[in-house]
Design a protein around this ligand. Structure first.
Ligand code: TXA
Ligand code: MG
Length: 321
């Protein structure tokens, strides 16, 4: 049985919220990617998320909340957290903070750590769902662990099947790459995952970030979730391609795409990184098709959203387990 896909209306959102309160899983749009949501305070619901995704239990989940006030019920807030949340929330930034004593969020969501990642998403459907559910919602990207993240409702169901009760269809996700994850429990704020909030914008607000081990040093496996192969299509991925062969699919960027690929899709002919991020996962899925031997990707500048795009592409190209 595949999950029902519904347009977001007051009725469907109320139904989705009731399912979440009952411990079932609902896929919903956020501005970054579709999330697979469950009641973060319910151990069984959180366990179901890990099961549906085939996700390793040591990789913690983000608890989604409506706003900073709601986050503060679960984590120990700080001045830096306040400054970041005031600027970026609701939006594509997740903050890792110490769990508060008596925190109602399931320890499974933290994968047994004494920290919790919290994020207030900006998407109006996500906000409406969180308000209606009236509790924190644990939500990883709504894909099987290790595969390409979903940026359209129709990407969700085929991969998760019975694991998801309902999919709310909010159309394409406008940002297209996951939230930036910043760990505020380290001696200095540490960038664990580049994402929709740019490193430059964060550093303008709170100063230099320490770069997490997986950022810039391929092969490192340190913090949870810093798994090297991830976001992977089934075809091999070749990076920094400046030429292409006839059996390759080309993921192009900018005006000067080499000719001759079996199929070419351009992330942004104008070289716009926001447009490229929004197209990234959907285009990888289209190129990942029979008749193509591998996917070649043109170089993408390593600034702004390019940092997140290159992080995802590096992992898509990493040796598979
Ligand atoms: O944009 C997003 O963040 C999407 C949407 C649905 O909100 N969610 C998402 O979740 O990408 P997920 O589970 O695919 O990625 C969460 C990342 C993982 O890299 C995980 O290791 C990290 O956040 N994370 C979560 N809790 C953490 C914690 N307590 N300490 C360190 N890293 C944590
Ligand atoms: Mg994910």
């Amino acid at each position: 049985m595949t999950a029902e896909i519904l347009a977001p209306t007051p009725d469907s959102i109320a139904r989705a919220a009731a399912l979440i309160r009952d411990g079932a899983l609902v896929a919903f749009p956020t501005e970054t990617v579709y999330g697979l949501g469950g009641d973060a305070t319910n151990d069984r619901a959180v366990a179901r998320i890990f099961e549906a995704k085939g996700r390793p239990q040591f990789n913690p989940l983000i608890a989604h909340v409506t706003d900073a006030a709601a986050a503060q019920a679960h984590v120990v807030w700080s001045e830096t957290a306040e400054r970041l949340a005031a600027h970026f929330w609701p939006g594509p930034l997740s903050l890792v903070l110490p769990r508060r004593a008596g925190c109602a969020v399931s320890l499974l969501c933290s994968a047994g750590l004494d920290t919790l990642a919290v994020r207030a998403p900006a998407h109006p459907v996500a906000q409406a769902l969180l308000r209606a559910a009236d509790r924190p919602v644990a939500a990883p990207s709504a894909n099987r662990s290790g595969t390409v993240s979903p940026t359209r409702a129709e990407h969700v169901a085929p991969a998760l099947g019975d694991g998801v009760a309902l999919v709310l269809d909010g159309g394409p996700c406008p940002v297209g790459v996951e939230s930036t994850v910043v760990d505020l429990t380290m001696p200095k704020p540490t960038l664990l995952r580049p994402g929709g909030a740019t490193r430059e914008a964060i550093e303008a607000l709170i100063g230099k970030l320490v770069l997490g081990p997986a950022i810039g040093t391929p092969g490192a496996l340190h913090a949870p979730g810093q798994l090297e192969s991830h976001y992977a299509p089934s075809l091999p991925v070749r990076l920094a391609a400046t030429s292409v062969s006839a059996d390759e699919g080309l993921l192009a960027f900018g005006a000067d795409a080499p000719r001759g690929a079996a199929l070419t899709l351009n992330l942004s002919p104008a070289g716009d990184l926001a447009e490229a991020a929004a197209n990234l996962f959907a285009m990888l899925r289209v190129l990942d098709q029979p008749g193509i031997a591998s996917i070649a990707v043109m170089p993408i500048p390593d600034r702004g959203l390019g940092l997140a795009i290159n992080d995802r592409l590096r992992r898509a190209a990493a040796p598979r387990p």
